[in-house]
Design a protein around this ligand. Structure first.
Ligand SMILES: Nc1ncnc2c1ncn2[C@@H]1O[C@H](COP(=O)(O)OP(=O)(O)OP(=O)(O)O)[C@@H](O)[C@H]1O
Length: 345
């Protein structure tokens, strides 16, 4: 169902100044009349997204409306940031954005730089964001993310990054020999993930990428995973849905975009623990954690900070969008309470 267009004009109106909707009268067994209740104002939830027609954006908008709150979809690239001492502002199509309660960034890889600046600007304006600019940046840098996970003792496939063309044979040995996985550091949806079965192939692939100025890593091929991987969606400190993705015939990459098929799974505790710990380590409130099945347990591949969830909702029949919005609303409420309490301390 197409998302209803949300007028950006509303952005100029402070959410709490809007005419409040009446809440239902509380039922009470006591004869004492209860004091009049202050009606709760709607919360404004901003979705940063290039297109409101994208599945995940539409579902988030739907979930916000279902909870009686106000969605506002802003095209990340149309957000203009004004830096002024102690008063950062955001202008969208000539309108000052005010009264935002929480922001959910959906930042595609192609606009990471500008997207991070916009997210950071909302943080400077004191608005809670899921996820923070620092956490998104950390998870987008695949090597840094793997370094952090590895340092914390989590199991990641053996990985090397190098620039020395003369030493490819040693690099292959370091990751456990052939076949070897070669990954573009900036790849997504399985594009830029290759398997090489000979030293010659490895050399050709890495040299091509290096000549194009691209960074690559060599990674141990986790054969036990047999063309499957696990996607766990972590919201806060819970896995709210998980699926096993199977690669199509003749393909080792199980991404849905590469024709992989997802089926709902109930994850063993060890997988849940690893996924939640990894999300905490990278500071991600919402994340899609990709894991391979190793012979000794889950092996972390990567964490996506703006995970698409169409395949996951279809496979699990769960309201993943609703889980994300509930968490966002909880965080915004927590922040509101914190600002109320602070002056009395
Ligand atoms: N080390 C490995 N051993 C075996 N299979 C692997 C390995 N790394 C990746 N794969 C397979 O290739 C697929 C794509 O890898 P990966 O998720 O790293 O790519 P990506 O382009 O970063 O994808 P995403 O869109 O999730 O960011 C995985 O889903 C998995 O099936």
């Amino acid at each position: 169902m197409p998302a209803k267009k949300v007028s950006t004009k509303k952005a100029s109106v402070r959410a709490r100044d809007k005419a409040p909707t009446r809440e239902a009268e509380p039922r009470s067994a006591s004869a004492t009349p209860s004091p009049p209740r202050r009606p709760r104002a709607k919360k404004t939830v901003v979705i940063l997204s290039r297109k409101r027609s994208l599945y995940s954006t539409r579902r988030l908008v739907e979930a916000i409306k279902q909870r009686g709150q106000r969605p506002l979809v802003l095209d990340t690239l149309r957000c203009n940031m004004v830096l002024a001492p102690s008063h950062p502002r955001m202008i969208y199509r000539g309108v000052d954005i005010k009264g935002v309660d929480v922001v959910i960034p959906r930042i595609g890889a192609s606009i990471t730089g500008y997207g991070l600046a916009v997210v950071n600007h909302f943080e400077m304006m004191g608005v809670p964001v899921l996820n923070s600019a620092a956490a998104i940046a950390q998870s987008r840098d695949k090597l840094r993310a793997l370094q952090l996970l590895c340092r914390a003792g989590l199991d990641v496939p053996r990985t090397v990054m190098a620039h020395d063309r003369s030493d490819v044979r040693t690099l292959v040995r370091e990751v456990g020999g052939l076949p070897v996985i070669i990954k573009l550091l900036r790849g997504t949806q399985g594009v830029g993930v290759m398997i090489a079965h000979s030293i010659q192939e490895v050399q050709t692939i890495v040299n091509t990428f290096w000549d194009l100025g691209q960074e690559v890593v060599l990674q141990e091929f986790v054969a036990e995973s047999k063309g499957q991987d696990v996607r766990a969606l972590v919201v806060g400190d819970r896995v709210v849905g998980a699926m096993r993705r199977r690669a199509k015939k003749g393909e080792f990459r199980s991404n849905i975009h590469r024709g992989g098929e997802g089926t709902s799974v109930q994850l063993p505790d060890s997988y849940v623990e690893v996924a939640v710990k990894a999300a905490r380590l990278l500071g991600l409130e919402i994340t899609g954690v990709d894991m391979l099945d190793g012979s000794k347990g889950p092996r972390l591949m990567e964490l996506n900070s703006s995970p698409g969830f169409e395949g996951l909702e279809q496979a699990t029949k769960k309201d993943i969008a609703g889980e994300m919005i509930d968490h966002a609303l909880r965080l915004s409420e927590r922040q509101r309470m914190a600002t109320l309490i602070r002056p009395t301390l």
